[in-house]
Design a protein around this ligand. Structure first.
Ligand code: AIR
Length: 205
């Protein structure tokens, strides 16, 4: 059975490997519990739509140039793992972290932002009641955060960070935005032209 220490050792070994940044995950997704996954799905959806691939083996990068990885890390159950993840993030080639946690003490995003600084951390409050603990940082300890549950936007923000350095990510962001605009135009036309009854009928069929 894998122990927390095994995971810490793994992260530290990867940090020491001095891997080519083109082969390391660009985005790290972490969450306080696997019970957060339904809310964090939006981040995976957005990254998939932007053409990112998941990297499950640090030593064997997928063909896609831009990748993400994910781990469950609990600020309260496994604080030593949170420290190790934050402290090794830069050396492991992570450029931006998306961190989600729920409950009233949702401390993974804010603590990871402090530990991994200056790597940007986008916090996702998994529940409405988590918002204050995610965003309530003291002066000098920054975090970027989205509204409760908005993990899709967290992934877009993460891609925006990468886009400052990578034109290909910027182009994908612009394309996705155009597709979403076209989607609104399509829905708007359908609602108008089919009328409310026809629109409801089509959606129900
Ligand atoms: N959590 C886990 N460790 C610290 C915190 N704050 C959060 C998880 C999840 C909630 O507690 O992010 O949203 C409940 O976790 P679980 O594992 O009991 O379902």
């Amino acid at each position: 059975m894998t122990t927390v220490q095994d995971l810490i050792d793994r992260l530290e070994a990867e940090a020491a490997a001095d891997a080519d940044p083109e082969t390391t995950p660009d985005v790290g997704i972490i969450m306080g519990s696997d019970s957060d996954l339904p809310v964090m799905e939006g981040a995976y959806d957005a990254l998939d739509e932007l053409g990112f691939a998941e990297q499950t083996d640090f030593d064997d990068a997928p063909d896609a140039r831009f990748t993400y990885e994910s781990y469950v890390i609990s600020a309260h159950r496994t604080p030593e793992l949170m420290y190790a993840y934050g402290e090794t993030a830069a050396a492991r080639g992570i450029d931006v972290v998306i961190a989600g946690a729920g409950g009233k003490s949702a401390d993974l995003p804010n603590m990871t932002a402090s530990i991994a600084y200056p790597i940007p951390v986008i916090g996702v409050p998994v529940q409405e009641k988590s918002v204050d603990s995610v965003i309530g940082m003291p002066t000098g300890a920054p975090i970027v955060a989205v509204d409760a549950g908005k993990s899709y936007n967290a992934a877009l923000s993460a891609a925006q960070v990468l886009a400052r350095e990578h034109d290909a990510v910027e182009a994908r962001l612009v394309d996705l935005h155009d597709e979403q605009k076209a989607g609104v135009a399509g829905v708007s036309t359908d609602l108008h032209d089919l009328g409310i009854d026809g629109f409801r009928e089509r959606d129900e069929s």
